[in-house]
Design a protein around this ligand. Structure first.
Ligand SMILES: *Cc1c(COP(=O)(O)O)cnc(C)c1O
Length: 354
């Protein structure tokens, strides 16, 4: 059929985000930063106890039980929590709600690639200050006039964590715009910016159940802020879709939050595996950033990352590689179980010695 260009003019066209592959065969899957351990045991019990008849009814639009559990866990009030279908949903709602200036929003040139997609989708102007050569942010880049700021801490895919005083300086220098700190990986790192919420009225902290809570398939994310900003987020959400959180995600989410001991145990195990994997990779000649996340950002000075990526894939080991400027020689490797990492290292040992 012939393209009608007038028709096209009225269509919201966008270049979509490209998620990592989800192969349907059994592979060593180190490509999308999922948790290698199962969710808390209470989650499985809750799933078995779900009454199918309950599904006739709409879920609670205010997601009360989950909001309450999260508020308790974080020591904040219930009106300081906003929940969504993964943090992607929460972040997208934040872009729509808070980034409405004619001035560009700011986020790093190397970061979570969804930010650019949402900015394009919602027609928000943006600028991307360059990370330094060592992939650290330069905080002064974020002191200029802007329409809002977002960055992950730790950053992805670099795995670098900026200390809390660094984050605070950026928030402090931007009182007139909303600053969103995307803490998808904070549980593997250091202090969360949530401790700054009482002090700054322009701060939103976003976290997720997908990484440290082992529940990427359930889709739960949340924002913590002051009641005023949370109210604005809810107003937009209820203008979009009242029932974002399904019944299963509500009950399973509560169970995951309740089991702090299990959460701490598996998080510590991943951190331990990460620190061991860093040493192994260095011994194999890789150069890596000082990861504080559940993945490692690595490059080998003597081997092309694209070729290495393909060779791993042929051997059923999936990692992530981007053909983009500045990071084309890097691989992002999710921390799996120690057994999975051993398979990776044994492959690399053979491959690099050829
Ligand atoms: C994984 C990730 C998210 C989104 O995770 P959800 O599964 O949608 O909660 C958000 N930001 C960053 C930086 C991530 O890596």
């Amino acid at each position: 059929m012939k393209q009608n260009l007038n028709l096209l003019k009225n269509i919201r066209t966008v270049e979509p985000y490209v998620p990592g592959e989800q192969p349907q065969t059994k592979v060593i899957k180190l490509n999308t930063n999922e948790n290698p351990y199962p969710p808390a045991p209470g989650v499985e019990r809750a799933l078995q106890e779900i009454d199918a008849d309950r599904l006739r009814l709409y879920p609670d639009p205010v997601a009360k039980i989950l909001v309450k559990a999260l508020a308790q866990d974080h020591g904040v009030r219930e009106d300081q929590i906003f929940v969504g279908v993964g943090s992607d949903d929460v972040l997208s709602m934040c872009f729509l709600t808070f980034f409405n200036s004619k001035k560009p929003i700011l986020f790093p040139d190397i970061t979570y690639s969804f930010y650019k997609v949402w900015a394009e989708l919602y027609r928000i102007p943006y600028e991307c200050p360059k990370l330094q050569d060592d992939f650290h942010m330069t905080k002064e880049d974020y002191y200029k006039e802007n329409g809002g700021i977002i960055f992950p801490n730790p950053n992805a895919p670099t795995a670098i964590y900026e200390e809390l005083d660094f984050v605070e300086d950026i928030i402090k220098h931007n009182p007139d715009v909303v600053v969103i700190v995307d803490e998808a990986y904070i549980d593997f790192a250091g202090k969360s910016a949530e401790t700054l919420i009482e002090k700054y009225d322009n701060l939103i902290v976003v976290q997720t159940f997908s990484k440290s809570r082992s529940m990427a398939g359930m889709r739960i994310g949340y924002a913590i802020s002051n009641p005023v900003l949370i109210q604005y987020l809810n107003d937009v959400k209820y203008s979009f879709n009242s029932y974002t959180m399904n019944q299963a995600s509500l009950v399973c989410g509560v169970e995951a939050v309740k089991d702090r001991a299990y959460f701490e145990k598996i998080t510590a195990r991943i951190v331990e595996t990460r620190e061991w994997a860093k040493v192994e990779l260095k011994n194999l000649g890789f150069e890596i950033t000082d990861s504080k996340a559940n993945f490692i950002f690595a490059m080998h000075p003597e081997y092309d990352a694209g070729e290495l990526f393909e060779a791993m894939k042929e051997n059923h080991i999936y990692v992530r590689h981007w053909n983009s400027e500045r990071i084309a020689q890097y691989l992002r490797i999710t921390i799996g179980t120690k057994e999975e990492m051993k398979v990776l290292f044994s492959f690399l040992n053979g491959y690099l010695k050829r």
